[in-house]
Design a protein around this ligand. Structure first.
Ligand code: CUA
Length: 328
């Protein structure tokens, strides 16, 4: 009964915090997913950056707001806490993600809310915090790693067998080759493959998309990639100054069947910009390269949620670099 009461009180206090969000409902959570989740967790451990559990209790309010909004400036000023964090986290600086002070406050409220929910959960559910090492050992059987290990052994055995067979076969006398029939076979293969290549070329050439190039696209979307996230905008973002100045499109929507042109660039290292359809298959991809703008023209005949994932290993949080858009 006592636990239930604590839980209800905690939940209600979370709601009241939620209601106080200066940017409205869910703004903090959406921002967190968009700008922070690639490098930070709340209570799930350090990633590229520190775990943010109870960060509002650990740091002073004004310092935290400024750090979220202008980390680059604080690093330039050699703020002692900022320099300490830089050292602790492998010299990977917290990037300026163009977060305003109001947004920073909204983020802090969201993080506080999640921290409190986690605290309430660990009070009511002590099992959640007590991991058992023996159970993790037992569960090794049947994991992906185990399957990969078995596959590795199987492939190794096949390779060893082939080597053994080849080694044994060299001990037998070499068969004599009929050169005349060998040349005849070569001629047939040459003519056959030429017919296949030219035929495929003739059949597919009319479908090349170059004729679409003359058209003005129905929608133009600028994409800037930066460790470890993507930003959509309606004006180009080609520098860190633009990043703070140009308004980002937070929820991108594309009409079904419209000709869309993505203009993709990167502000740091090379990233990939790969679009995955609602069924999880790759629709198209281009590179996001610093100093270049790569154009990707597409039509989306099927409505749904499309995911965008980075397809180029770009650093520690590469696997977390993703965004999304809706075709409707
Ligand atoms: Cu960006 Cu991988």
């Amino acid at each position: 009964m006592m636990r239930a009461c604590i839980f209800i009180v905690m939940t209600l206090s979370c709601w009241s915090l939620w209601a106080n969000d200066p940017l409205g409902d869910n703004a903090g959570e959406a921002l967190f997913q968009q700008k922070c989740a690639a490098c930070h967790t709340v209570g799930e451990g350090n990633r590229v950056g520190p775990d943010l559990l109870d960060v509002a209790k650990k740091r002073q309010g004004d310092w935290l707001v400024r750090w979220i909004a202008q980390p680059d400036q604080m690093l330039a000023e050699k703020d002692p806490i900022a320099m300490d964090l830089l050292k602790q986290f492998n010299q990977i600086p917290m990037p300026n993600l163009g977060v305003t002070e109001a947004e920073a406050k909204s983020l802090i409220q969201y993080i506080t809310k999640v921290s409190e929910t986690a605290a309430a959960k660990s009070q009511t559910d002590p099992a959640a915090t007590a991991g058992s090492p023996s159970s993790s050992l037992q569960s090794w059987w049947g994991t992906t790693q185990f399957a990969a290990f078995v596959l590795f052994i199987a492939i190794s055995l096949v390779i060893a067998f082939v080597f053994w067979r080849v080694a044994v076969s060299t001990r037998q006398p070499m068969a004599t080759i009929d050169m005349k029939s060998a040349y005849a076979l070569r001629k047939k293969l040459f003519i056959g493959s030429t017919v296949v290549v030219l035929g495929t070329l003739g059949a597919t050439l009319p479908f090349t998309p170059y004729s679409d190039e003359i058209r003005v696209p129905d929608q133009l979307v600028y994409v800037a990639a930066k460790q470890f996230g993507f930003v959509y905008s309606s004006e180009p973002i080609t520098s860190d100054e633009d990043f703070g100045r140009v308004p980002a499109i937070n929820s991108l929507q594309i009409p079904v069947g419209a000709l869309v042109e993505f203009r993709v660039t990167s502000l740091d290292v090379t990233h990939g910009f790969a679009i995955y359809g609602p069924d999880g298959s790759v629709v198209a991809q281009t590179q996001a390269m610093p100093g270049y703008i790569n154009r990707l023209r597409l039509r989306f005949p099927a409505p749904g949620n499309y995911n965008v994932l980075c397809l180029e290993y770009c650093g520690l949080a590469h696997h977390l670099m993703r965004t999304t858009f809706v075709v409707q």
